[in-house]
Design a protein around this ligand. Structure first.
Ligand SMILES: [Zn+2]
Length: 132
C-alpha cells in the first residue's frame, strides 16, 4: 500500500474542491497543513500518510504566472492611462504582488496535491522483467 488508494467514487471536481479547501485528498475532512505551507505528517481524520506528496515547484510556477499576468496588466493600464510617478507604481504594485502571490499559494499547493492523489501520480519506476 503506497497511500495513493482513493475512495472509489471521487470525481476530479470533488478532489479539486478538497484541495482548494486545503483538506485531506482522501476523506476531505482532515486538515492538510500544519503551518502556512508545512504539511501535517498524516490526516487527523482518516490517517492517510502524507509522505507520498511531492508538489515540488508546481504551485509556485502557477502562482507566478497568474500574479505576473494580473500585476503587469494592471501596471500597463495605469501607466498608459495616468502616467503616474514611479512611487505611485511602487505603492500600488508591491502590495498587489504580495496579495496575488501569497494568498493563492496555499490553495494552489493543496490543489496540486489533491490532483496528484486523485490521479495516483508518482515517480516512475522500472519494472523488473522476468529472466528469459
Ligand atoms: Zn483524510
Amino acid at each position: 500500500m503506497n497511500g495513493l488508494s482513493s475512495t472509489p467514487h471521487t470525481t476530479v471536481l470533488q478532489s479539486a474542491l478538497r484541495g482548494i479547501a486545503c483538506r485531506c485528498p482522501r476523506c476531505g475532512h482532515g486538515k492538510l497543513f500544519a503551518g502556512f505551507l508545512t504539511l501535517r505528517p498524516q490526516c487527523e481524520s482518516c490517517g492517510l500518510d502524507y509522505a507520498f506528496i511531492d508538489a515540488g515547484d508546481g504551485p509556485a510556477i502557477f502562482v507566478i504566472m497568474l500574479a505576473g499576468a494580473v500585476v503587469v496588466t494592471c501596471a500597463l493600464i495605469v501607466e498608459v492611462k495616468y502616467q503616474p510617478p514611479f512611487w505611485v507604481h511602487a505603492a500600488l504594485w508591491l502590495p498587489l504582488i504580495l496579495a496575488t502571490t501569497l494568498l493563492p499559494l496555499r490553495s494552489m499547493k493543496a490543489l496540486l496535491i489533491a490532483l496528484q492523489f486523485h490521479h495516483k501520480a508518482a515517480e516512475g519506476r522500472l519494472i523488473e522483467r522476468a529472466p528469459k
